[in-house]
Design a protein around this ligand. Structure first.
Ligand code: USQ
Length: 381
């Protein structure tokens, strides 16, 4: 397959490029370095310095003799995106080119406006490029479990059948986001749903939960191929943050009561899921939705696990309950379904003590890079 990856320099993007390339697919990676620039602007650079995307692709080629084509540009610029589509005519486009952080989207009006413009326009442009250049191209779009929020009923994979006044129909499951960022993901899904109905394009929308992890089989080949591992409040996800905090002796930052439950997934499984979606495309005119998680935890459970494993490794780990800077339910029902990807063949890497220990061991090597002032600044909403 010819695979176009938008957001190829990101935490998920770069490992995805290598994963497909290793499996003999032709990979084209596109990025505008938004995340790198935002990390410099907001003083929250990742734990390990990463070579830029062009350099990463060169290092990958030196090690594996496999080429990843790189284009630096902005997906919200339609002329640029259309040029890339015309040049390569991809079979599948993986759209990660979004502003991915809930706290970032809540910093100011300007950051909210950027999040809306970037996320919606990039999705619209992908739809148009597919329609105008290659209508059979399969769009794989990264959505988020946060689109559903935390409803007091079970969460199906995207769709719900409703019976009302004696009649039945199938709808997108009602969505209730808890940040502006998550709201843009809902709007993306609505856009895709509209164009699937109208133009018969084919789309897989992956509702992913918070990802953790720092290594994959491909990143293990060379330190310079490691993913961008953020541990700050803006771009770092909760479990990655807790490991870094445990290592530097910072009390684990549990927000509020810590009963917030989410579906989590190992970075290695994100790659498997996206790959399985690409290898098993939906038919034309279908919007297929999978919940991309492998198990659920409360924040308190994650903190306890990190404390236990950290203490086994000789760290003194304290758990702290901070006043929650976010508006979210801290105790709630949560029962999502996530069987679709398992049925396609996903073999999950669950969050065992061994997995946590391995993460501790890798992060420990970069301990001197950790800057404690980046851990918590209290972006509120
Ligand atoms: N949390 C803490 N302490 C922290 C950081 C987070 O208690 O130091 C809590 C949050 O309040 C939240 C949960 O942990 O209840 C998860 O927070 P997170 O920062 O790991 O994840 P979130 O902001 O929800 O966003 C991340 C990704 C986003 C993705 C989303 C999936 O940044 O791109 O869409 O996970 S989901 O959460 O299912 O919507």
């Amino acid at each position: 397959m010819r695979v176009l990856i938008l957001g190829a320099d990101g935490y998920l993007g770069w490992p995805t490029c290598m994963y497909f390339s290793k499996r003999e697919h032709e990979v084209i990676g596109v990025d505008n370095y938004f995340r790198r620039m935002a990390c410099i602007e907001l003083d929250c650079e990742p734990l390990i310095p990463n070579p830029n995307l062009v350099e990463r692709a060169k290092i990958w080629e030196e090690i594996t003799s496999k080429k990843i084509y790189v284009h630096i540009g902005d997906v919200t610029n339609y002329q640029f995106l259309k040029f890339v589509f015309e040049e390569y005519k991809p079979d599948v486009v993986i759209h990660y080119a979004e502003q991915p952080s809930a706290p970032y989207s809540m910093i100011s009006r300007d950051k909210a406006a950027f999040t809306i413009t970037n996320n919606l326009l990039s999705t619209l442009n992908v739809v148009y490029a597919v329609k105008e250049v290659n209508p059979s191209c399969h769009i794989i779009k990264l959505g988020t479990m946060g689109e559903y929020g935390t409803p007091n009923i079970d969460i199906p994979e995207g769709w719900i059948e409703i019976e009302y006044n004696g009649r039945k129909d199938k709808f997108l499951f009602p969505r209730q986001a808890s940040s502006l960022y998550h709201t843009t993901k809902i709007q993306d899904t609505d856009l895709l749903c509209f164009y699937v109905r109208t133009w018969g394009i084919r789309v897989t929308d992956l509702m992913q939960g918070p990802v953790y992890g720092i290594s994959t089989d491909e990143t293990d080949l060379d330190e310079k191929l490691m993913p961008n591992f953020n541990y700050d409040e803006i771009f770092g996800t909760v479990l990655n943050r807790f490991i870094v905090q445990a290592i530097v002796g910072h009390p684990l930052t549990v927000y509020g009561k810590g009963g917030q439950t989410r579906g989590y997934i190992n970075l290695k499984d994100t790659l498997q899921c996206v790959y399985l979606a690409a290898m098993n495309p939906p038919k034309q005119g279908e919007l297929r939705i999978f919940n991309q998680i492998t198990e659920t935890f409360t924040v308190n459970q994650l903190a306890e696990k990190v404390k236990q494993v950290g203490e086994k490794l000789g760290y003194k780990v304290e758990i702290q309950h901070l006043p929650n800077p976010r508006k979210e339910a801290e105790e709630h029902y949560y029962n999502p379904k996530y069987t679709g990807l398992l049925e396609l063949g996903l073999k999950p890497h669950y969050l065992t003590d061994e997995v946590l220990e391995e993460m501790f061991k890798i992060v420990e090597k970069y301990k001197d890079n950790i800057k404690t002032h980046k851990i918590f600044r209290g972006i509120k909403w």
